[in-house]
Design a protein around this ligand. Structure first.
Ligand SMILES: Nc1ncnc2c1ncn2[C@@H]1O[C@H](COP(=O)(O)OP(=O)(O)OP(=O)(O)O)[C@@H](O)[C@H]1O
Ligand SMILES: [K+]
Ligand SMILES: [Mg+2]
Length: 684
């Protein structure tokens, strides 16, 4: 077993500012100056246009031989402003790229041992030429060549290349643990895998594309904010032009350089420059927690989630429901029940089915029937039963209500010992499976499952964050209630079919709630797709992982606490920096305007509290401060503002105070300090 894995190291140990990332980002910052790319960010695009205009004015001033020192410095600092903004985005992307590179190493040169169409022979082919539907065989020590589903066998698999977790996981045919990922290694035994995803769009490929930001699209919130920022830019453009008219009317000639500089200090360059870095950093923080999100929108939605739905088996409990006992009704021997349960499970590839076979043939010494079944009825989440028709008998096992219905026995008419056994098993948190032979009830199978430790505390933490937890299960209400109280969920929905889960989510969403759902099974897939935040377990089925908009590589359902925190942190960081940026711009207006006009209107002297050295110094200082504030806030944009689980109102108050009031005061201090330096160094 590898003690520590490069992926894990890269994820956990990567510092905020790694030298190689910074060097790469510095280069990318220049590439991002391409106006065709920059136009996606209107505020910074305007800054670039203004920087270009002032650069031309600088050339003119050089030729004319006057004022070049001033326009040169303004032009330089305007370019710095643009570069600091592109640098912020490049650093955020660079951190993702570094993680993608470690992933890329997992998928080089895979080969596949492919089963021929007639199923009789194998050929060795490059994994890249596999097609969906191909069946491959993978033995101990080999790497799985592509994403797919185990169709035969059980194996322990090392998935550390993807999850960073070195403990092996079990992958088996049937059930909720059948999905395998290309690039992971089979440690023991041998499995046959049906390839379900074409090479090039595999899980690892998608992870790489996502964390590199290649597929990143603006979220609706980001688009809305961009529109607001563009509007503000337009307002300030009009204000500056008006100011120019006003000034010339009163006999002051404001040069184009001054007006251009003024415009840039007033438009929201701080948030404009940091906006995309904030979004990328949010995705990145999730990856650090071993969660892959397929859209930025899902990360944002996580910040506002108010209800969390969890599947029971495999999510709240460990999920290896094992048969532990056979309880026969009077008149039926335990051996007869065990034999019937065994026969009904012969073709049942689910873990439950296999555990029944193991118990019946092991401890209960039953032998499999020699006849061939006439028909196999596989388990489905809809019917909630499975079985066989064999030698004229119709053997079924499954959820108690489903089997009673099959046997045509009414709830009330069922024999008391049967009902007692069901109640006893369910009250202990076990799953009772009824067994019937046609319309004759034979007894109950006791399936045991264990609640994961520590889950109760985690649900309590969610309650403190204002999130309601609801367990949804296909199991019966008594078992559900027992597990619900043991796990400490707020509510539960029992005997739920996939449609019920979907309907429950739709209904809650219509009531204005934002729903998160954790699940692992194919029967969870529709609900995972419908939820605002759908988190699939990495151990889950391919269908679940496809439907969800997040995959938890650690397969820990309570990871949602971290996911919600990261979402809240993302929303808060963006809100705080927007508040700060706009407050800053307003403050700058009052800091600079008096300095510009005080010579023409000595009456303004009272407003000129800043007493900046000269109008030129005032403008240059404001531009310098405006550029430096972007670079100063990059660490905060990447790390996010700190989140504590307190009420929303308290948080809002605190942030308005810190970032709003702080944003109003800081420019006065900052610009004054820069002005002192500018004057002291005789820069203008
Ligand atoms: N192999 C099987 N054969 C027959 N019946 C089964 C089998 N597996 C499960 N059942 C019954 O069907 C019910 C629903 O199982 P399913 O796995 O679909 O539940 P679910 O909706 O995923 O919820 P959870 O996973 O929380 O139990 C189980 O509670 C059990 O009574
Ligand atoms: K600004
Ligand atoms: Mg399930």
């Amino acid at each position: 077993m590898t003690p520590s894995h490069p992926t894990q190291e890269a994820r956990r140990a990567q510092s905020l500012f790694d030298a190689t990332i910074l060097a790469g980002a510095a280069k990318d910052a220049f590439l991002k100056l391409d106006p065709r790319k920059l136009i996606r960010n209107p505020v910074i695009f305007v800054t670039e246009v203004v920087a270009a205009i002032v650069s031309l004015l600088f050339v003119r001033d050089l030729i004319v031989g006057s004022g070049a020192a001033f326009s040169g410095q303004i032009a330089a600092w305007l370019w710095f402003t643009v570069l600091f903004a592109t640098f912020a985005e490049a650093v955020a992307e660079g951190r993702g790229k570094a993680q993608a590179d470690t992933l890329r190493r997992t998928k080089s040169d895979l080969v596949a041992y492919k089963l021929s169409a007639d199923g009789k022979s194998f050929t060795t082919i490059p994994a890249a030429s596999l097609k969906v539907g191909d069946v491959v065989q993978v033995a101990a020590g080999e790497l799985i060549p592509g994403d797919g589903e185990v169709i035969e066998g059980v194996a322990s698999v090392n998935e550390s290349a993807i999850t960073g977790e070195s403990a092996p996981v079990i992958r088996e045919a049937g059930g909720d643990r059948s999905a395998v990922t290309g690039g992971t290694q089979v440690l023991s035994d041998q499995i046959r895998v049906r390839i379900t995803v074409a090479p090039g769009s595999s899980f690892v490929d998608r992870m790489i594309a996502l964390i590199e930001g290649a597929e990143r699209q603006k979220t609706p919130n980001e688009i809305a904010l961009s529109i607001l920022l563009s509007g503000l830019t337009l307002v300030f453009l009009i204000a500056v032009v008006t100011l120019w008219g006003l000034a010339s009317y009163s006999g002051i000639v404001l040069s184009v350089t001054v007006l251009a500089a003024l415009l840039v200090t007033l438009i929201p360059t701080t948030i404009g420059g940091l906006l995309s870095a904030i979004g990328i950093a949010g995705m990145d923080r999730l990856v650090r927690f071993n969660v892959i999100a397929t859209s930025g929108r899902a990360v944002e939605a996580a910040g506002d989630v108010d209800t969390l739905l969890l599947d029971k088996t495999g999510t709240i409990t460990f999920g290896n429901r094992m048969a532990s006992d056979f309880v026969a009704v009077p008149g039926v021997s335990q051996g007869e029940l065990a034999a019937a349960a065994l026969a009904s499970s012969l073709a049942d590839e689910t873990p439950e089915g296999r555990s029944i076979v193991a118990l019946a043939t092991g401890e209960f010494g039953q032998a499999a029937p020699t006849e061939k079944p006439d028909q196999v009825i596989p388990f489905s989440a809809e019917t909630r039963l499975s079985g066989v028709d064999i030698a004229g008998r119709r053997l079924r096992k499954g959820a108690v209500d489903s089997v009673l219905k099959f046997a045509g026995v009414d709830d009330v008419a069922a024999p008391k010992p049967f009902k007692d056994a069901v109640a006893r098993i369910a009250q202990s948190g076990g799953t009772p499976l009824a067994v019937a032979d046609g319309n004759r009830l034979l007894g109950v199978i006791h399936l045991k499952d264990v609640v994961k430790p520590g889950i109760k505390e985690r649900f309590a933490a969610m309650r403190a964050m204002g999130i309601r937890t609801v367990m949804v299960t296909g199991d019966n209400p008594v078992t559900a209630a027992a597990i619900a109280s043991e796990a400490g969920v707020d509510d539960f929905l029992a005997q739920a079919t996939p449609e019920d889960k979907l309907a429950y989510i739709r209904k809650s969403q219509e009531g204005g709630r934002l729903i998160a759902m954790c699940g692992d099974g194919t029967n969870d897939a529709p609900a995972l797709a419908q939820a605002d935040v759908g988190v699939a377990m990495q151990t889950g089925t391919q269908a679940a992982r496809e439907a969800a908009n997040m995959v938890d590589l650690d397969s820990s359902p309570t990871k949602l606490i971290e996911i919600v925190e990261i979402g809240k942190q993302l929303l808060m960081t963006r809100g705080s920096l927007t508040t700060f940026s706009i407050a800053n711009d307003v403050a700058k207006y009052f800091a600079i305007i008096p300095a510009l006009f005080v010579t023409a209107y000595p009456g303004l002297a009272g407003l000129n509290i800043m007493a900046l050295s000269s109008p030129q110094s005032a403008i240059l200082s404001a531009v310098i401060f405006n550029a430096l504030i972007i670079i100063a806030l990059i660490p905060l944009a990447l790390k996010g503002v700190s989140y504590r689980p307190v009420g929303a109102a308290a948080l809002l108050r605190r942030n308005l105070l810190v970032y709003g009031v702080g944003g109003l005061i800081l420019p006065f201090i900052g610009i004054k300090l820069v002005d002192l330096a500018v004057a002291g160094l005789h820069l203008v």
